[in-house]
Design a protein around this ligand. Structure first.
Ligand SMILES: [Zn+2]
Length: 251
């Protein structure tokens, strides 16, 4: 996971969600119990938050990678528009009690949306949104600032590198939030570890070639080109760049 620099301007289509959130607020005010149901107006319009404009904006922002695992999955599946704070309901842990309403007022909020692979979203995170103190869970926008989530927001204030580091191809937590994030999203799942190991092997091979060519005084232009290619593996555009940055192969 790397930090995602979110653009200030949201895709225009998300403005269509504003009256829907207003309707939910009004309905909740009139009858608080309705916020705990799946009936209208507490139904969500995926044609707004899941609009192609939103997806395209997130694809660009995230360099066509999953916000969580950094896998480039778009050649194989569509991917999900993921709500960092779940819109319909939330759970403190997987299989835990369902807490309604969810963060419905963030259903169409640009700052709450990410693009993720289906495994990170549907098989792992789903509606789980763990908090350090579950009694502080927000049921209004004003209370969100008091929450201390136990899952990293790649587009949030914290740099994921301050919480998760890589030992070779395997992510390791250096904080409690990092630990919970790895566990919840399955960032150390065997399929990911396998893909990362392959990529790390390519980077290591290129690193060794560059080092050897440099030592032998080989064509400096070729060495420079190979060095640039090596460094590109650590760029935001590159798959699993967080691992490469921790690898020691990039100066
Ligand atoms: Zn993923």
């Amino acid at each position: 996971m790397i930090r995602i620099a979110r653009t200030a301007s949201a895709p225009a289509i998300l403005a269509d969600g504003v009256p829907l959130v207003q309707a939910m607020n009004e309905a909740k005010k009139a009858n608080p119990a309705i916020a705990g149901t799946k009936t209208k107006p507490f139904k969500f319009d995926s044609s707004i938050y899941g609009h192609q404009d939103v997806k395209n904006a997130l694809k660009a922002l995230q360099h066509e990678k999953c916000a969580y695992c950094e896998g480039k999955f778009l050649a194989f599946c569509y991917g999900d528009i993921e709500h960092y704070r779940p819109k319909g309901y939330s759970q403190q842990k997987s299989g835990g009690k369902t807490i309604r309403p969810g963060y419905y007022w963030l259903a169409y909020d640009w700052n709450n949306l990410l693009l993720s692979c289906e495994l990170c979203n549907r098989a792992r995170k789903r509606n789980v949104f763990p908090l350090r103190d579950p009694t502080k869970r927000a049921d209004t926008p004003e209370k969100v600032a008091h929450e201390k989530p136990l899952i990293l927001d790649p587009a949030g204030e914290d740099d994921p590198h301050d919480h998760i580091r890589f030992a070779s191809n395997v992510p390791e937590a250096i904080t409690l939030v990092g630990k919970q994030t790895i566990a919840l999203l399955g960032l150390d799942r065997s399929e990911l570890n396998g893909l990362r190991l392959t990529r790390l092997g390519h980077v290591e091979a290129l690193y060794n070639v560059v080092r050897l060519a440099d030592k032998l005084g080989e064509d400096t232009t070729l060495v420079a080109e190979a060095t640039a290619k090596l460094q590109a593996f650590a760029s935001d555009h590159s798959e699993f760049s967080a691992m490469i940055r921790d690898s020691g192969y990039i100066s």
